[in-house]
Structure formats: structure tokens, C-alpha cells
Design a binder for this molecule. Structure first.
Ligand code: UDP
Length: 328
């Protein structure tokens, strides 16, 4: 099966591409390399450098390939930035998905996987958070994913496009082979920043808020390994071949506070990792833990990395081998 992976040179996308290639899919990656890395793309995938905001680029892409499925990762992803630059997020994230969907529907694509998010669940009524939880984005970033999910509902109704929205909680870790991992510029995610402190690239970690209504006052998140996420994409893509559209919450089901993550990173790295407590970051939600029962029951998803220590070990392996990230 030939599939298009937008944003396939990025962190989660590149791990999914690698798994797709290993499973025998023919993979075309479309990426503008604004945040992705050329060398993150598996050598057996075809990389097309282009921009989803440019319909001419999409015209050429869809003229050259007939895709059976699309996995859409390309997007701006930072909660904090989305509260400072809301129009960047509204304009780019929505134009990107609307453009790709316009070409997908015109070209008869019938399967679509969306990278969605736990940022849909501001102030959840129940934790762990299942798919029955009312959707209430807590940031402009979350709102763009909410709008993307709503758009897909219409695509299904109008064109019969079958979709699966995968709402990631906190993606983390790296491929144990050490070739690909997390490399954002600037880096803003907790685990890579913590490991950069351990590598001596930063003096300390700023903890964004220690007065939340959580056991130790710092935010609690559900950290799920990027390869477990990758597996979920493949299961979802296959399920859409003979089943209806669906949404799934994807996490490990266990919550760790910022302070607990740092403690595990200290154990893994053997470094003291100094911290400084600072102001809250706008848009951050106090507690996000997934209930992933539905995807386990319906698709047999069985996460392999259920231990934060092991997850951080895979990230540490990547950061030690590639202290400056991808070299290009
Ligand atoms: N965080 C922090 N310091 C940092 C980066 C992140 O205290 O330098 C906190 C952040 O406030 C959140 C958690 O770590 O509670 C995870 O943040 P991240 O940006 O990794 O993912 P998010 O939950 O925003 O998707």
C-alpha cells in the first residue's frame, strides 16, 4: 500500500515512517523541513520537500502518486507558542489540513490518520481521560486539532473518507536503534530539555509552575513511547480498511509529575539535574492521563514501553549518541 506521510521528517512522523517501511508499506514523506530533518527520513522512503500551504506543491505530489492512505503529522505543535502567536496556529495548521484534504478527497484517498492531542481536554471531568470526555481545548493549539477532528467528520460524511484521530498524550523516548530521536529547535519539551541539562548543554531545568492542584504542585502528564504510538498508527491504518472512522486516546495510563520525571532522569543519567521553579506556562493543563482502553479493546494495541525509566533510557541513548541532534 502506498501512503503519504506529511511531516514525516519530524519526531513522531519519522518513527512511524520507519515502522511503515519495515512492515512493507511504500512511503512518501512530504515535509517542508521547517522543523523536520532530512536525515530522520528512512532511506527506503521517498522524501518530497514541499509545503502544504502551497497548492502547487500538492498538485505535483498528487499528480505523481496515487495514495491509499494519508498520515498527517505536519503541524505547529507548541501549546505555549500558540497562546503567543494564535494566528500562526490558526492560519497554518488549518490551511495545511484543509489543503491536504482537498487533494485527498479529489484523488479518492479513503484512509486518513490525524495526529491529535490531549490538549483537547481542559479541566477534564474524569481522569484517566477516555474518548467520552467532552472536548474542551485549553489552548489555540488544542483548538486547531479540535477543528481538524471536526473537519474530518465532514469529510467522512461528504466523501466517505475514513479517518482515525489519534490523541497523543506526551510522546517521548527514541528508537532503541539510536538513529532517530527527538530534535526540536528550539527545544521546549520536558524530557529532552532535562537530558540536555544532564549533557551539560544547559545549567538547569525551569519547572513551569509548582502551585498546581497536584500532589507535588507540578503538572502531571502521561508519557507514552514514540514506538508505541507508531504501532497504534499502523493498527489504525489497517483497521480503516474495513471499518468506520474512529478516535482514540493514546497514553500509558500512568501520570508522572514534572518533579517525578526529573527524578527518573537523575537515576538514568547519574547527573544531579538542577531545577529552578518559575512561573506557569500559559495554556498548560494541570493533569492529563489517558484511558486507552478503547484502542486496546478494538485494535489490540499493546504498548511495549510501560515504564518511564526504560522510556527515558531510550531518549538518553539518542541524546548521548547525537548531542547536537541530526547533523544536517
Ligand atoms: N515543563 C517544564 N519545564 C520545561 C518544559 C516543560 O516544567 O522546560 C513542563 C510543562 O509545563 C508540562 C510538562 O513539563 O507540564 C510537559 O511539557 P511538554 O512541553 O514536554 O509537553 P506538553 O504537555 O506541553 O505537550
Amino acid at each position: 500500500m502506498k501512503v503519504l506521510v506529511t511531516g514525516g521528517a519530524g519526531y513522531i512522523g519519522s518513527h512511524v515512517v520507519e515502522m511503515l517501511v519495515e512492515k512493507g508499506y511504500e512511503v512518501v514523506v512530504f515535509d517542508n523541513l521547517s522543523a523536520g530533518h532530512r536525515s530522520a527520513v528512512h532511506k527506503d522512503a521517498t522524501l518530497v520537500v514541499g509545503d502544504l500551504l502551497n497548492k502547487g506543491d500538492l498538485e505535483k505530489l498528487f499528480a505523481a502518486h496515487q495514495f491509499e492512505g494519508i498520515l498527517h503529522f505536519a503541524s505547529h505543535i507548541l501549546v505555549g507558542e500558540s497562546m503567543e502567536k494564535p494566528f500562526k496556529y490558526f492560519n497554518d495548521n488549518m490551511a495545511a489540513i484543509w489543503n491536504v484534504l482537498e487533494f485527498a478527497t479529489a484523488n479518492g484517498v479513503k484512509r486518513f490518520i490525524l495526529s491529535s492531542t490531549a490538549a483537547l481536554f481542559d479541566d477534564p471531568e474524569r481522569i484517566p481521560i477516555s474518548e467520552d470526555e467532552p472536548l474542551k481545548p485549553g489552548s489555540v493549539y488544542g483548538e486547531t486539532k479540535y477543528m481538524a477532528e471536526r473537519t474530518l467528520m465532514w469529510m467522512d460524511r461528504i466523501y466517505g473518507l475514513r479517518y482515525c484521530a489519534l490523541r497523543y498524550f506526551n510522546a517521548c523516548g527514541a528508537h532503541p536503534n539510536g538513529h532517530i530521536g527527538e530534535d526540536h529547535h528550539p527545544e521546549s519539551h520536558l524530557i529532552p530539555i532535562t537530558l540536555q541539562v544532564a549533557l551539560g548543554q544547559r545549567d538547569s531545568l525551569a519547572i513551569y509552575g509548582s502551585d498546581y492542584d497536584t500532589p507535588d504542585g507540578t503538572c502531571v502528564r502521561d508519557y507514552v513511547h514514540v514506538l508505541d504510538l507508531a504501532e497504534a498508527h499502523i493498527l489504525a491504518l489497517e483497521a480503516l480498511g474495513n471499518g468506520p472512522s474512529r478516535v482514540y486516546n493514546l497514553g500509558s495510563g500512568t501520570g508522572y509529575s514534572v518533579k517525578e520525571v526529573v527524578e527518573v532522569a537523575r537515576q538514568v543519567t547519574g547527573h544531579a539535574i538542577p531545577t529552578v521553579e518559575t512561573e506557569r506556562r500559559p495554556g498548560d493543563l494541570p493533569r492529563l492521563i489517558a484511558d486507552s482502553t478503547r484502542i486496546k479493546r478494538e485494535l489490540g494495541w499493546a504498548p511495549e514501553f510501560d515504564n518511564l525509566h526504560v522510556i527515558i533510557e531510550t531518549a538518553w541513548n539518542w541524546h548521548q549518541k547525537h548531542p547536537n541532534g541530526f547533523e544536517e
